[in-house]
Design a protein around this ligand. Sequence first.
Ligand code: NDP
Ligand code: 8X3
Length: 267
Amino acid sequence: MRRYRQEKVRNEGSIAMATRTALVTGATSGFGAAIARALTSAGWRVIATGRRSERLEALKAELGADRLLPVTLDMRDGDAIRAMVAGLPEGWREIDCLINNAGLALGTGPAQASDPKQWEEMVATNISGLIAITHTLLPALIAAKGAIINMSSVAATYPYAGGNVYGGTKAFVRQFSLGLRSDLAGTGVRVTSIEPGMAETEFTLVRTGGNRAASDALYSGADPMTAEDIAATVLWIATLPPHLNINTIEMMPVRQSFAGFAVTREG
Ligand code: NDP
Ligand code: 8X3
């Protein structure tokens, strides 16, 4: 019978049983912080990245320095990503799972009214940063026969007004995940694209430039998913037996559903 692989012995001669290690991007808030909590609760060690160092330090104080390594990192800086991986301290270099969670949407307006700088920031974070860290960690992940869990979105599949570049970046994440699966065949590395719908985090605050009323109005009465819902799914996928790959998983709150086609009779 195949066993679920929660822990892996790296040094069978010693009494120490090495715990599995995950690198979680965007761990200062929302899904990423919840994923760090869920994984450490299940016995993992987590390298937690994000720009807001003080939040990473708070997470370290909460979860323990032996469990969580905070690393300040801007995903838009490819050189910083490569330097971060090269500079990981001894004992934190064997990575079993990369969770590409950092990302953002900026703006809710139509393409023709959008700020191109916001488009560039979404591409730099959601696509360029994600591929840079993935490429840098592939040797370690192949050595570990590990897993890559990428945070896409329902916006990858279902277009909506104002989704323009954000949806495009998440479609990239989904298709890149499937492409990675093809390329990594035979390595033992598993790849999953998680595609959530509405979940209440700081996502809408960021998207609207800090508009708390707009964020509250969006989630009010919608019974949205929580960061813990997504974290539980990540933990489930990360601890599946090594012969099993979840390719894509789409999740929504019950109260969110699909819009029909829009028809305009003017213009
Ligand atoms: P939050 O805004 O709560 O968290 C976003 C995280 O991404 C933060 O930790 C932030 O860290 C990090 N991040 C953003 N830009 C950068 C950057 N340039 N460099 C490093 N880290 C960065 O949102 P969520 O938790 O909701 O979002 C997490 C992921 O889930 C995103 O990829 C999002 O697109 C996706 N998603 C969210 C959904 C939702 O409804 N909430 C639904 C579907 C997908 P910091 O600012 O400290 O750098
Ligand atoms: C975030 C979900 O529906 O706001 O990726 O695009 S949605």
